[in-house]
Design a protein around this ligand. Structure first.
Ligand code: HEM
Length: 186
């Protein structure tokens, strides 16, 4: 088991966090779209938003660990075969994914706590409200939250398509590396 990244490999911690967050992001997005269609008498009317908020805070905690871990264990070098365009666009896409994800999590927190109520995270602990009292807080944060959620989903799908292009067309090790393999494997 390789915990830390090396210059040619993603370690298992980075791999685990990448796929855990990807799965959680698509799951929480679907849950978010579904929960706003529920009526008051639906059994999931209260439970779905509670779950959505809990998963959101969980993703936030994992993302904070991910950023710290990125400093402790920087990602491997780009493959030698990458063009300048690939190098720049991938860096830009990864950076945008990080920023937009944090934007979604922050706006979600501001929607949920706009009325001064804390967030219960899976019933394990309560996250207190901080910024409250402004009438338009929930509405403004809600619009930002929805737009950013669509941006992260579309951008991550393009990013996933780029990874599949590397795998099936360029036949390089970009995707295999995200499963913990060495860059040199064929
Ligand atoms: C919500 C979904 C996703 C998010 C938020 C996401 C985010 C990221 C980020 C931030 C990185 C850069 C890691 C770093 O250098 O710190 C990355 C790398 C990577 N992702 Fe994703 N990703 C998602 C989904 C996917 C999917 C669906 C695929 C493949 C089908 C994929 C394949 C890859 C690969 C291969 C890399 C490594 C690229 C390299 O070596 O430079 N990702 N991802």
């Amino acid at each position: 088991m390789l915990l830390k990244n090396t210059s040619t490999r993603f370690g298992h911690i980075s791999v685990l966090i990448h796929w855990l967050v990807a799965l959680a992001v698509y799951g929480i997005f679907a849950l978010g779209l579904w929960m706003v269609t529920l009526s008051y008498y639906d059994t999931w009317y209260h439970r779905a938003p509670e779950l959505h908020k809990s998963i959101g805070i969980f993703i936030f905690m994992v993302m904070v660990i991910r950023v710290i871990w990125r400093f402790i264990s920087p990602p491997p070098k780009p493959l030698a075969s990458y063009s300048l365009f690939t190098r720049i666009s991938s860096k830009l896409a990864h950076f945008t994914l990080y920023v937009v994800l944090f934007g979604i999590l922050a706006s979600g927190y501001l929607i949920s706590t706009a009325d001064g109520e804390s967030i219960s995270v899976f019933g394990w602990f309560e996250l207190p409200a901080t910024l409250t009292g402004q009438g338009i807080q929930a509405d403004t944060a809600g619009v930002i939250h929805l737009y950013l959620a669509w941006i992260v989903v579309v951008l991550s799908l393009l990013h996933g398509l780029a990874a599949l292009k590397h795998h099936f067309i360029d036949r390089d090790t970009t995707l295999k590396r995200m499963f913990g393999f060495n860059s040199d494997i064929k």
